[in-house]
Design a protein around this ligand. Structure first.
Ligand code: GLA
Length: 394
């Protein structure tokens, strides 16, 4: 289904449930080329918004009722704002968390009717949650004239996820979803949110996702928070001797080695991965600027190895897809993407070799994973926006 068709589908579902919507917002999913789990260590990432998105239709209400409908889950939820509390259903929490953060900012808002759905697969590592919470924040900002800028909305989405959903995520996903630009990667410094948009428009190079179909279980929210805690424990140990180490972003491999004996071996391994991954992002960006896409792809491959062996957030299906991709002609780099434990690999593939890539991957899907291939060529799009009927900015 195309973007305009998704838009019509969600608009139609809103009409059927509640009448005419006032606004439809498109919130894109994201990819990340390199820099995994570096965001909450105040490091560097290289994401982009893509042409898989959530569409969200909205109309403000005169009272304090909120009525939500998740079309793809065929589920509905209602609550009154004074009774705002996390729901066991989980999906409403991405929306309620936004209201909760707006209330914390001092906004006493009216309720809304909201219908959403789209084609960012849930749990695929493409950040359907950030797309949803930021699209909702963007929509409320428009409807109620709250005056938040794009970076504020990204931070608000992150706070909603940290405090209401309970995942201690960094800023990458929300930033990429809200601030993405067509045909651009975002080189983001997560310490101060300074960023550069890097052109990615060589028609000879494609970003291709291979979805394992393995979905992160609820338990992996715990794994994610556990990794973050290990990184913070490592940074705190280093900081005790070296106050300038505010986060692992400020650490070097030499410094880590010098304090190896004081660190739990597992914490050491996690920290070593983060320090190396940060450097890989910087090196990869330099390679890209120099037009050396082979070197860029090498850094992607190394990133996968680090996530698999040192940081330990991969899974057998991701390893299999990455290893096969890396062996195919025309594949510059392949790695797991996102939080891990399932979801997609991201592959940098020469356009001329796309067919051979798809055939090679289809074989491994069928023979080893015993499933049909699920492969998506991404286009890089603009960030969260009011969706005009019939239009998708690419
Ligand atoms: C999830 C989080 C992000 C980031 C990635 C891993 O997508 O939401 O903040 O930490 O995992 O890079």
């Amino acid at each position: 289904m195309t973007g305009p068709e998704q838009h019509q589908r969600i608009r139609g579902a809103f009409k059927a449930a509640f009448g005419e919507p006032e606004l439809v917002v498109r919130g894109p999913g994201r990819v990340n080329l390199i820099g995994e789990h570096t965001d909450f260590n105040m490091g560097f990432v290289l994401p982009a918004a893509v042409d898989k998105a959530i569409w969200l239709a909205l109309r403000p209400r005169e009272d304090d009722l909120c009525r939500f409908r998740a079309v793809d889950l065929d589920a509905s939820f209602e609550t009154r704002l004074p009774e705002l509390a996390p729901s066991d259903l989980r999906w409403p929490n991405y929306l309620l968390g936004v209201y909760s953060e707006l209330a914390a900012d001092g906004h006493g808002l009216r309720g809304v009717d909201c219908v959403f759905g789209g084609d960012v697969p849930i749990g695929s590592g493409m950040s359907s949650s950030a797309a949803l919470e930021c699209a909702f924040a963007f929509g409320l900002n428009e409807l109620f004239g709250l005056g938040y800028g794009r970076q504020d909305l990204a931070r608000l989405g992150q706070r909603a996820e940290n405090r209401f959903v309970g995942v201690n995520c960094g800023i990458m996903d929300q930033f990429a979803s809200v601030l993405g630009q067509s045909r651009r990667l975002i080189r983001l410094d997560c310490r101060d949110l300074s960023h550069q948009f890097i052109p990615f428009e060589d028609p000879g190079l494609l970003l291709v996702l291979c979805d394992t179909r393995v979905r992160r279980s609820l338990a992996t929210g715990g794994e994610y928070n556990a990794r973050r805690a290990q990184c913070e424990a490592g940074a705190a140990s280093l900081r005790a001797r070296h106050p300038e180490v505010q986060s692992l972003r400020d650490a070097t491999l030499e410094l880590l080695e010098a304090h190896r004996a004081e660190l739990d071996p597992l914490v050491f391994k996690r920290c070593a991965y983060i320090v190396r991954e940060n450097q890989r992002v910087l090196d990869a960006c330099q390679s890209l600027a120099a037009g050396d896409v082979e070197a860029f792809g090498q850094r992607m491959n190394e990133s996968h190895a680090g996530l698999r062996d040192e940081y330990e957030v991969s899974c057998p299906e991701l390893d299999l897809l990455a290893a096969r991709a890396q062996s195919l002609p025309g594949v510059l780099g392949s790695r797991m993407m996102g939080a891990g434990f399932g979801g997609c690999t991201i592959n940098l593939v020469r356009e001329a070799e796309l067919e051979r890539f798809e055939a090679g991957m289809a074989e491994v899907y069928r023979r080893e994973l015993r499933t049909e291939p699920l492969i998506h060529v991404c286009r890089l799009t603009g960030g969260t926006e009011i969706a005009e009927e019939g239009a998708l900015r690419v």
